[in-house]
Design a protein around this ligand. Structure first.
Ligand SMILES: C[S@@+](CC[C@H](N)C(=O)[O-])C[C@H]1O[C@@H](n2cnc3c(N)ncnc32)[C@H](O)[C@@H]1O
Length: 320
């Protein structure tokens, strides 16, 4: 039985992530017209935190764009542990074409998200089905190309019933599919993540995974990060995979994936479009360069792919 106290602390990490994103958006790091519908208030965060979120958002955005360009408008996107992420609405505004978009999180989080979406005409506008109906339950929502479902990712039966073929989300395992998880797997025990990754790699015929989370968590700076999270009641059940790039990659390759690559955020930041990096570097004075470098060295983006032998998407070529 998972600890309820632990789960509550993990659920609370979504509020923190949403507040940090809102703060960075307000300062002008990137554009997000939707975050205010999910978070009302946020205190100003330190410049290195804002830059960290900028690198994370932009790095992930770049990889998603490359995936969609390669795989086309039937591609499915599944954001696990999505929290209050606004990615669906932002991608729609960018005019990028994709098929079904699904988000899954604990029911406590999805019921709050359902409620906030229901209240907002702006958010609802982009979910309309042909007959104009968006179906809501207390924890789930089904629009024409957007689905929000509640469940515990550690329970394979819940995952299968929500994300499997024939479920209400209308996912089709034969279509190219992108899985995204941002700071989620670190809270799950290795056995549960292993089962989840096995199921994804053996179910979808062309699948790409983007994961953002901690790395080098075993060194001195990493230990401070761990202590901070633990002091908030979060158990880092998946921290073994956050010890190194190799451990991040191995988590995938030992669970049925064809290959995996990992970049720390120093590498990601250097690979971002430099004109935009120069723009954001003028937004705030950064006193603590060393601290930013250490933060970047302790987070990473890992990708993994699996394709059936007759698939032609060449997912292994997607990188920075
Ligand atoms: C740090 S927040 C990140 C939210 C979002 N991905 C983002 O980047 O803004 C972690 C999210 O993972 C979700 N999560 C963690 N473990 C989960 C599990 N076992 N089942 C479902 N959701 C989970 C939490 O509820 C929370 O919303």
């Amino acid at each position: 039985m998972e600890s309820i106290v632990g789960d509550e602390a993990i659920i609370a990490t979504n509020d923190n992530a949403s507040e940090c994103k809102r703060c960075a958006v307000q300062i002008g790091y990137w554009e997000d017209k939707y975050i205010n519908y999910f978070v009302r208030n946020s205190e100003r965060k330190a410049p290195e935190i804002n830059r960290g979120y900028y690198a994370r958002i932009k790095g992930i955005e770049l990889l998603i764009q490359k995936f969609l360009l390669k795989c086309g408008k039937n591609s499915q996107i599944i954001n696990i542990g999505a929290g209050f992420d606004t990615l669906y609405w932002r991608l729609k505004d960018e005019g990028l074409e994709f098929g079904n978009f699904v988000e899954m999180d604990f029911p406590t989080v999805t019921s709050r998200k359902c409620h906030l979406i229901k209240k907002s005409r702006v958010l609802l506008e982009k979910l309309h089905t042909e007959d104009g109906e968006v179906r809501f339950s207390s924890t789930d929502l089904h629009g024409s190309g957007y689905h929000l479902v509640g469940g515990d990712l550690r329970s394979l039966s819940e995952v299968k019933s929500k994300l499997g073929a024939g479920g209400e989300c209308g996912l089709d395992p034969s279509l190219p599919t992108l899985f995204l998880s941002e700071c989620v797997l670190v809270y799950m025990d290795a056995a549960s993540t292993g089962r989840l990754l096995d199921w994804i790699s053996s179910t979808f015929s062309a699948v790409f995974f983007i994961s953002y989370e901690q790395i080098n968590i075993g060194d001195k700076f990493g230990e401070v990060m761990q202590r901070n999270l633990r002091s908030r009641g979060c158990t880092l059940a998946g921290m073994e995979a956050c010890l190194s790039k190799e451990a991040q990659q191995q988590r995938f390759t030992s669970h049925g994936w064809d290959g995996s690559k990992c970049w720390d955020m120093v590498e990601v930041y250097n690979a971002l479009p430099q004109n935009d990096v120069q723009r954001i570097e003028l937004l705030e004075f950064l006193d603590e360069r060393e601290l930013l470098l250490q933060l970047f060295q302790h987070y990473c983006i890992t990708v993994a792919w699996r394709e059936a032998p007759d698939s032609k998407f060449d997912l292994s070529s997607i990188d920075f």
